[in-house]
Design a protein around this ligand. Structure first.
Ligand code: GLV
Ligand code: MN
Ligand code: MN
Length: 424
């Protein structure tokens, strides 16, 4: 079956076409969730899927499902997909690769005239990045039953606009129920977003696990006062407290290295005026680790450390954990399909743990799931310079095609013994 390959040039040119929507001067993409640019990206995807003969449905979280029928359309489909939203200074591949690789599988099946037993579906998940609306992967989380629909739709951006309002505004508040339907298996193709595969000269990352995450929001409150007359000993400087918390977060990550990582990625200081002692600071904390017990220790160290820092700086504080998921172990049979696909195609491959969060992490709660990683240049992602070699992009698509075909041709026992039995 070595001749079974996607059209790599078509996948690459579709990626470059999509990258024009929200293109940044440094060669990256800014296509924040549920903005007009996100709508443009979605519209293009829907147009391409419709042209490829798919039926397109949108659910109430704005997740898009493009279905290519199979021989038995009562059977649960095999899904693949990722996200079209980006970070503010994002790249051309994070998310969009997994979406368009799915479309390319469908286009290739069309070209080759292959009819699968089960339908196959390429999907777009709303607001994976968690940049405009926290938390990340919220719409696949609703799909998987981790969050309620009300919770998902009520997530608000910094201006107070909710996901529900923004979905309606851009015309993607769909009518399909979110989740609750069978999916036979799910695959997500993604760039690694780290340096391991490229450094080791491996083309395919067979993703066995994803590390757990905890996200926090912290508000430190002191007192605004004049930068000139206020003596140092009486100040209640919230930004000074924040600086110490940033140091603490870094120390916690280092103390649990090499497996754990810790980040303060967002900070807002009020009133943010050069001659006012800051009275309030909002900041975010992101902890990740492939070991849930270590994450719990980090959580405890954060709580104790923030309380100590706030007391010493005479600040009030409100520390909230806003998001958590435990480490994910992907489905052995789906992982094996990825491994076998890479082997059959002669690609170098290694097992790998995902450092990033992905919609596949939530999908793994409701269906057998696996991920396919390909390298990215210098391991850089969440950056406009994010890049990948066309041959890596092609390789991941080829492995996806094989893994999806294998799963899409799996029949339930009842079908094998009696083809006339209907499956609800
Ligand atoms: C998503 O990009 C994440 O891992 O934060
Ligand atoms: Mn992503
Ligand atoms: Mn991302």
């Amino acid at each position: 079956m070595t001749e079974l390959k996607i059209n790599a040039d078509r996948l690459w040119s579709s990626l470059m076409e999509m990258a024009k929507i929200g293109a940044t001067p440094k060669g990256g993409v800014c296509r924040l969730a549920l903005t007009d640019l996100d709508k443009q990206g979605r519209d293009l995807f829907v147009q391409w899927c419709t042209e490829a003969g798919c039926t397109v449905k949108v659910d109430a979280m704005g997740n898009i499902f493009a279905r290519r029928p199979g021989r038995n359309n009562n059977l649960a489909p095999v899904g693949t997909g990722s996200h079209l939203d980006s970070q503010p200074t994002g790249g051309r591949f994070d998310g969009v690769y997994g979406v368009l690789a799915g479309l390319e599988v469908i286009r290739t099946l069309n070209d080759l005239g292959i009819e699968t037993e089960r339908p196959v579906e390429a999907s777009v998940w709303t607001n994976e990045e968690g940049s405009r609306f926290a938390p990340a992967m919220v719409a696949s989380g609703v799909y998987a039953g981790v969050f309620t629909l009300d919770y998902g739709l009520s997530r608000a951006d910094v201006d107070g606009k909710t996901m529900g309002e923004e979905l309606a505004r851009i015309g993607y508040a769909g009518t399909e129920p979110v989740g609750g339907r069978p999916v036979h298996a799910f695959f997500e193709t993604h760039i690694e977003q780290g340096p391991i595969l490229e450094a080791e000269g491996q083309t395919i990352g067979v993703v066995t696990d994803a590390q757990g995450q905890r996200w926090y929001e912290l508000v430190l409150t002191g007192q605004e006062s004049h930068a000139g007359p206020t003596p140092m000993p009486v100040r209640r400087d919230a930004l000074l407290g924040a600086a110490r918390v940033i140091q603490l977060v870094n120390e916690i990550g280092l103390a649990h290295a090499p497996v754990a990582v810790s980040t303060v990625g967002m900070i807002n200081s009020y009133p943010n005026s050069r001659n006012v002692i800051p009275g309030k600071v909002f900041l975010t904390v992101d902890f990740r680790c492939p070991d849930n017990a270590e994450l719990s220790k980090m959580d405890e160290e954060l709580k104790v450390g923030v309380a100590r820092i706030a007391a010493a700086a005479k600040l009030e504080f409100d520390l909230k954990q806003i998001f958590q998921y435990d480490c994910v172990h992907f489905d052995e049979s789906c992982v094996q399909m990825v491994r076998e696909g890479a082997q059959a195609l002669g690609y170098t491959a290694r097992n790998i743990v995902s450092g990033a969060g992905h919609d596949a992490c939530y999908m793994s709660k409701v269906t057998p799931t696996a991920m396919i990683f390909v390298p990215c240049i210098g391991g850089i992602s969440h950056n406009e310079i994010e890049d990948a070699k066309p041959e890596w992009i092609a390789a991941g698509g080829n492995v996806l095609l094989r893994a999806m075909l294998a799963k899409a041709n799996e029949l339930p026992e009842v079908f094998k013994s009696n083809e006339t039995v209907a499956v609800a």
